[in-house]
Ligand binder design. Structure first.
Ligand code: THU
Length: 168
């Protein structure tokens, strides 16, 4: 038996003011994205903003549905928008925040596993890491350099990339 230990690394900033200017500005865009959250069921608004290499900002917010599993998280709304509209403009960073009137959020909300898996797909596709910034209203901001810090056991199987096996 071998016991493995995995260390992850992220930076905690006490407030958004400590972030560098581009990241601070991206957080302000994520706050704007909250306005379009459609969350009548959970009443939990999530806003995401992605900064592309060109400087373009892409927004996402959670979109719920009365058939609950048909809804989608803010992160995936934004990521799929990038994939569909700006496939050749690499994603540099993603800022995510959440708000609710139901209770106080005092810690950044971590993206769900499905969103991290989707993020990993785009990192792989563009061959560049995507910085992740998670923050909440009156709490700290957490910054990770790549999804790998977040989800070390993300699923990836190069064998599924048929062209790498020389098949059609
Ligand atoms: N949600 C997100 O938008 N992102 C996440 O990473 C986790 C959860 C949304 C989904 C749902 O609309 C609400 O938060 C409550 O789960």
């Amino acid at each position: 038996m071998t016991n493995h230990e995995i260390k992850i690394n992220f930076k905690e900033y006490h407030s958004l003011n400590e972030l560098n200017k581009p990241d601070y500005e991206l957080c302000q865009e994520a706050i704007k994205a909250l306005a379009n959250s459609h969350s009548p069921y959970s009443k939990f608004r999530v806003g995401a903003a992605l900064r592309l290499q060109s400087g373009k900002i892409v927004y996402g917010s959670n979109q719920e549905n009365v058939a609950y599993p048909s809804g989608l998280c803010a992160e995936r709304v934004a990521l799929f928008h990038c994939g569909a509209y700006y496939p050749d403009d690499p994603i540099e960073a993603m800022a995510v925040t959440a708000q609710t009137d139901e209770f106080e959020i005092s810690q950044p909300v971590a993206s769900c596993g499905a969103c991290l898996q989707v993020l990993a797909e785009y990192e792989k596709k563009q061959n560049k890491p995507i910085e992740i910034i998670l923050f909440c209203n009156n709490g700290p901001a957490w910054v990770m350099n790549s999804v790998e810090s977040f989800l070390p056991f993300l699923f990836f199987e190069n064998g599924l990339l048929k062209e790498e096996k020389g098949e059609r």
